[in-house]
Design a binder for this molecule. Structure first.
Ligand code: BV8
Length: 245
């Protein structure tokens, strides 16, 4: 059985990382203008301000810990593989909390906050400190060409071919902690439905595209995701003798 999970900022909310569009106006894009901070044009116009925005989020991330929802997905990945199945985990998040919880295969379609990319040589390198406009690329040594390795609005997300191929062959599509407001990620549920794949939304409250899901589980991810994983793994249709040896 192949399960395709798309996660969003809501899965990391209880780890203390901000979400973007919460209705109570606390979301990141309620406090900061994404067009001034999360587009290539904004970076070209004012790189210092954009770098400072991501430097603050990078420090916030280093102080955060994964929560029970991240841990449950890591457990699901291991258990599915043991039973001959597969978990495809695609995240819109740029944090590394899935990896720190033990997930081994994570596709960051919007990039990764703990990496920098050189606009001169295209090399991507791990970066946990502040990133500045004068820093030298560890690969080519040139200064002034480093940017956060994240996908801004108007830029093509990473891994789209791989994502659509994995989605086409899935038995179940599950969206966790996403408002369904950013494309192309928000369009994956419609793709799944068009292929006759069962769909489930796990969220704090109904997302923008809630009507496209067959099943809905609402509540904080740290409770709803572990409960969903437990129920899934107890399903007799998923029980399969572990491969011998
Ligand atoms: C593309 C990385 C085309 C950076 C992000 C005009 C100009 C240009 C493009 C467009 C345009 N109009 C429309 C577009 C397309 C645009 C788009 O969709 N815009 C929207 C706003 C309409 N998309 C793009 O630009 C994409 N690229 O289209 O390229 C192209 C084609 C060919 C060639 C080249 C290009 C790129 C989009 C990626 C942008 N980068 N992130 C960064 O993080 O700073 S997007 C941003 O939104 C976030 O990072 C996140 O990844 C994404 C989605 O947000 P969510 O994860 O859903 O988070 P949100 O806060 O919205 O929701 C949280 C949910 O969790 C809520 O529902 C809440 O209820 C729930 N929740 C809260 N707490 C909990 C919880 N659930 C459970 N438990 C809890 N405790």
């Amino acid at each position: 059985m192949r399960i395709f999970v798309l996660s969003g900022a809501g899965i990391s909310a209880e780890s203390g990382l901000g979400t973007f569009r919460d209705p109570d106006g606390t979301g990141i894009w309620s406090r900061f203008d994404p067009m001034k901070l999360a587009t290539p044009e904004a970076f070209a116009r004012d790189p210092e301000t954009v770098q400072a925005f991501y430097n603050a989020r990078r420090q916030n991330l280093l102080a955060a810990e994964p929560n029970a929802a991240h841990a449950a997905l890591a457990r699901l990945e291991t258990e599915l593989e043991r039973r001959g199945g597969e978990l495809v985990l695609v995240t819109q998040n740029i944090d590394d909390l899935h990896e720190r919880a033990g997930s081994r295969r994570v596709l960051h379609m919007h990039g990764e906050l703990l990496k920098a990319r050189c606009m001169r040589c295209a090399e991507v390198t791990a970066w946990t400190g502040d990133l500045g406009t004068r820093d030298a690329c560890p690969a080519c040594g040139q200064r002034g060409g480093l940017r956060p390795h994240v996908v801004w609005f108007g830029e093509m997300p990473f891994g789209m071919d791989q994502i659509f191929a994995a989605l086409a062959g899935a038995d179940l599509f599950v969206a966790i902690g996403t408002s369904g407001s950013v494309y192309p990620a928000a369009g994956f549920v419609a793709e799944a439905r068009a292929s006759g794949i069962r769909t489930c939304e796990i969220n704090l409250d109904p997302s923008d595209n809630a009507g496209l899901f067959d099943e809905h589980l609402y509540g904080p991810a740290s409770a709803s995701v572990p409960a969903w994983v437990d129920r899934l793994l107890a399903d007799p249709r998923l029980a399969k003798a572990a491969p011998t040896g």
